[in-house]
Design a binder for this molecule. Structure first.
Ligand code: ZN
Length: 214
């Protein structure tokens, strides 16, 4: 099964897998990709977070997750401190962060590595990400939740950064006005992950209101 793209729009490869050069192993351990029309990064398949910012500082803000078919996937140089933590279950299409330029990076891009093992080890069990990711696939596999338009209720809904905050009704990061349009991109633990645009930037967060998506 080919995984979907970690981006939500067309991206382009900027550095190929195993390219020789000034890396610790003498070659590039993953591929670099840039998306010119959006920075949101989503899970390319279902899995569980196994590492957060623990693979070395040259990766900048990064995460590793174990896929349900027992591979390890690393997303590196993310813009923000990851909002997920080790042990979090993730679903294909779920927003994980934004493409960024942290760590040893030459400009905003996604460095992605795939290893054919449940646990991540530097330079170990590497496989070519292009052999398992279809970069032009933007929907999730059949039967998965697909992004749907969100329709808010008549009162503003509070938006939360994490599922835990959403369930507890604590630390809201904003609110979604009844008239604002949004897209529901995933349902996690009965919380609705929505993306919306506020003051010209794309925002994302969890909402507890269940009526917005049918
Ligand atoms: Zn790279």
């Amino acid at each position: 099964m080919m995984y979907r793209s970690p981006f939500r729009a067309i991206s382009r490869q900027t550095t190929e897998y195993k390219k020789k050069g000034n890396w610790k192993l003498g070659y590039h351990t993953g591929v670099d990709r840039v998306c010119d029309t959006g920075r949101i990064l989503v899970a390319c398949t279902d899995g569980m977070i196994t590492r957060v910012n623990s693979c070395g500082s040259s990766y900048g803000n990064h995460i590793v997750f174990r896929t349900d078919d027992n591979r390890s996937i690393l997303y590196a140089h993310m813009a923000d401190k990851p909002a997920v933590k080790v042990g979090d279950r993730i679903v294909s299409g779920q927003i994980l962060g934004r493409m960024g330029n942290t760590g040893n990076s030459y400009g905003a891009h996604l460095h992605i590595e795939v290893q054919s093992s449940k646990t991540w080890g530097y330079g170990k069990n590497l496989i070519n990400p292009n052999s398992v990711i279809n970069w032009e696939k933007f929907s999730d596999k059949e039967g998965d939740f697909m992004a749907k338009p969100w329709k808010n209720g008549s009162t503003p809904e509070k938006v939360y950064q994490t599922v835990a905050d959403c369930k507890a009704g604590k630390n809201s990061i904003g609110s979604l006005d009844a008239r604002e349009s949004a897209t529901c991109v995933a349902i996690v633990d009965n919380c609705y992950l929505v993306t919306y645009s506020a003051a010209g930037t794309t925002k994302a967060g969890f909402v507890a209101y269940a009526g917005g998506v049918k």
